[in-house]
Design a protein around this ligand. Sequence first.
Ligand code: GDP
Ligand code: IMO
Ligand code: MG
Length: 477
Amino acid sequence: MGADIVIGAQWGDEGKGKLTDILAETADGSIKPNGGGNAGHTVIDETGMEVIFHYLSSAMMRPNIILATGPGSVVNPKCLMNERAAAQNMGLKLDDRFFVDERVSMLMPYHRIQDFVEEWTKSKQGGKIGTTGHGIGPAYTDQANRHTDIMFVDFIKGFEENFFNIAEDKISLFRGKNGVTSDVMKGILQQLTNNQLRDNKSLLEKGLVREEDLDYNKYFDKNSLLNYEIMYEELLRVSEHMKPYLTNTSHLANRLISEGKKIVLEASQGHFLDKIYGTRKFVTSSHPISQGAVLGSGISPMLVDRIFGVVKAYVTRVGAGPFPTKFEDSIAEKIRQIGKEYGATTGRPRDCGYFDGVMARTAQEINGFTHLAITKLDVLTGMEQIPVCYDYELDGEVLETYPASISDLERVNPIVEIHPGWKEDITSARKYAGLPKNAKRYVDVILEEHQRAYNAQDLKIGFISVGPRRDQVIKMF
Ligand code: GDP
Ligand code: IMO
Ligand code: MG
């Protein structure tokens, strides 16, 4: 026993939530090692009940499993508490099995405002990232900066002093800089409020949360200055609810592993959103790769059993940044409709493209997947010709590696071969042998493209997902 890691092999939304839920059936614990409110992971059980998880692990629908938010995550305490309340309201039980690591960096309302302000400023200058607006970049920046970081353990010790020292600095952040007038700020706060109302609709309807609790306008006074007194009081209230869940989750996970238990590390985002190895600058601010999963959960690499690369049978991307294998609009729209390619966190339409072998072997080489979980194969049913990119060509040369330069990546020409599609409905297939010949061949191509990476000869397919429900899967074990 030990740890299994779930990693998105592309730009996120590959189906990590579904795989985590499947692995959780036979696991004892689950940790979220990175990211925060930017993640949106969908689990749909056999009855069709759908839950979208952000801060909470997708393993949660399995009773008895221990759930932890690992030290590498950044967490907005109020959003976490609201998500917890929404889950409980759906009948999911959390008591005695849910923990937050005391080293987790706290994501404050001002981080979300900062994220919006930065995106607004960049959109005027060109080059916005298209973030999820959850404050991820500013929160991880404060962690790296050290002076402006607040950990969850600070709820217990020294919170007031820490918070006010930092807030004093933050107050000047939003004032009149880069054309951020008080009208612009009002617009931003209203948009954040609207997002909050949208994200907490079910809690509002049931009267479990009040509209004023979700209002961002209250954080600024009439002079458009940050009202950190209000923020502090609110955080203090939330902190009382949070205290019982705080612990050292890496110690907990290591203990479980030493007792012979299995832990699933559910990474958020995907390889190409990694802040070092992704398509910089159009990335997130954490490490959604296998190395990031052990870092963010405090588990030694020696304790890892399996590393699952979750690979969508095609590719999607949400937010800005280059996308070499993007489909032409009419095909992308068709895939978007069939695959329901709209963001689980923001509802934004996802761009769609064809399978990219260069991405595949790049992610394979760095993450060292031991198994692939191929998802959404059913979405390609009915497509007569399926393009596959094998290599990139740039200035007359076939590239050996994935370009580091974004301007090069924008100019590459994918070298493509067309694969014949299949017409048969595959959503009821539960065995590889039950797939149509061309679907099997396509799955083999995905595997072979990953196996072109160094040291990947032993790579196997672990799962082939053929529909959104947890039972719609071919298990290759
Ligand atoms: P994650 O962020 O990687 O957990 O993925 P998301 O939940 O954001 O997006 C994946 C979407 O695809 C969700 O709507 C899932 O319900 C859905 N999904 C997962 N696997 C399959 C599959 O095999 N077929 C289909 N049609 N949908 C799937
Ligand atoms: P899951 O875990 C897809 C993208 C955003 C943007 C960039 C930076 O559901 O796969 P951020 O808010 O992190 O600063 O945004 O990263 N992004 C995701 N795209 N799935 C996600 O999460 C994402 N989390 C962030 O769209 O391009
Ligand atoms: Mg998602």
